[in-house]
Design a protein around this ligand. Structure first.
Ligand SMILES: [Zn+2]
Ligand SMILES: [Zn+2]
Length: 237
C-alpha cells in the first residue's frame, strides 16, 4: 500500500516535471497517454476480427481459414492494424531502440485487452529472442511491451519460462514456403510450466508462424489455454 502510494506520488512529480508529449507530432499529450487526441484517433484500430487469429472480419467470429484449420492458439488479440502511423512507432521501438515508446504502446495494448480478456491468463510469456540476437539489439521488444501490460493487468511475466534454442534466420528474409520449417524446434521450455492459461506477447503478428510454434511448445509443456497478444497485426494478403 505504502509502496503504491509512493509510486503514485513519484509519477505525479515526474509528470509535473516532464508533461506528456505526443510521440507522433510533439504536441502536448493527454493526461493518459504520450499522444495528442488527434494522433490517438489516427491510430489504425483493427476493428471486428477473428477471435482465433485476429484476421479482420465484417463481424466478430471465426474466419473461414480458422474454421478449416485452426491455429494452435485459442485466441489472438491485437488492438491495431500494422499501418501508419502506428507502424512508425513500432519500428522506432524495435530498430531504433526508442524504448520510451514501449510504455505507450504497451498501455494502449493493455487498455484493449482489459475490455476483452476474461478471465485473464495466469502469466505473460514474451516471445524470447536468441541470445545472439538479444546481444545485437540490446533488448527484447516483446519483453519491453509486456512490462506495461503486466503492470496494468496485474499479472506476472514469466520471461525465463522458455528459450530460443536455435538462432533461426529472419523470417522476412525467407521465401514464404520455408518460413514454417525455419521455426521448427526453435523454442524449448526451461522448466516445468505450472500455469495452465498463458498469454504469449509479441510486438507484431505477421505470418503467425512464430507464435504458432511457441504455442505448440507451451501446449506440449502442459498449457491448456494459450492466447496470443500483439500490439499490431499485419493484414493477410
Ligand atoms: Zn500528436
Ligand atoms: Zn481466423
Amino acid at each position: 500500500m505504502t509502496v503504491n502510494r509512493a509510486a503514485t506520488w513519484l509519477e505525479i512529480l515526474w509528470r509535473g516535471l516532464y508533461p506528456p508529449r505526443c510521440a507522433l507530432c510533439g504536441a502536448p499529450g493527454t493526461p493518459e497517454h504520450d499522444l495528442c487526441a488527434p494522433c490517438r484517433r489516427d491510430l489504425p484500430a483493427l476493428g471486428a476480427a477473428c477471435s482465433r487469429c485476429a484476421r479482420p472480419l465484417p463481424i466478430a467470429g471465426i474466419c473461414g481459414a480458422c474454421q478449416q484449420q485452426a491455429p494452435p492458439q485459442h485466441y489472438t488479440f491485437s488492438p491495431f492494424r500494422y499501418a501508419p502511423p502506428l507502424d512508425y512507432l513500432l519500428l522506432q521501438l524495435k530498430f531504433h531502440g526508442k524504448l520510451h515508446l514501449a510504455p505507450l504502446l504497451g498501455q494502449l495494448t493493455a487498455e484493449y485487452l482489459e475490455q476483452r480478456v476474461h478471465p485473464l491468463p495466469e502469466c505473460i510469456i514474451p516471445v524470447p529472442l536468441h541470445p545472439t540476437r538479444l546481444r545485437e539489439r540490446g533488448f527484447n521488444q516483446a519483453l519491453e511491451l509486456a512490462r506495461p501490460v503486466a503492470k496494468q493487468l496485474k499479472i506476472p511475466i514469466h520471461y525465463k519460462a522458455v528459450q530460443r534454442q536455435r538462432n533461426t534466420a529472419r523470417q522476412s528474409e525467407l521465401p514464404r514456403q520455408e518460413r514454417k520449417r525455419n521455426l521448427r524446434g526453435a523454442f524449448a521450455l526451461n522448466n516445468t510450466l505450472t500455469a495452465r492459461h498463458v498469454a504469449i506477447m509479441d510486438d507484431v503478428l505477421t505470418t503467425g508462424h512464430t507464435v504458432a510454434e511457441l504455442t505448440k511448445t507451451l501446449r506440449r509443456g502442459g498449457a491448456q489455454m494459450v492466447e496470443v497478444w500483439t500490439c499490431a497485426r499485419v493484414l493477410p494478403l
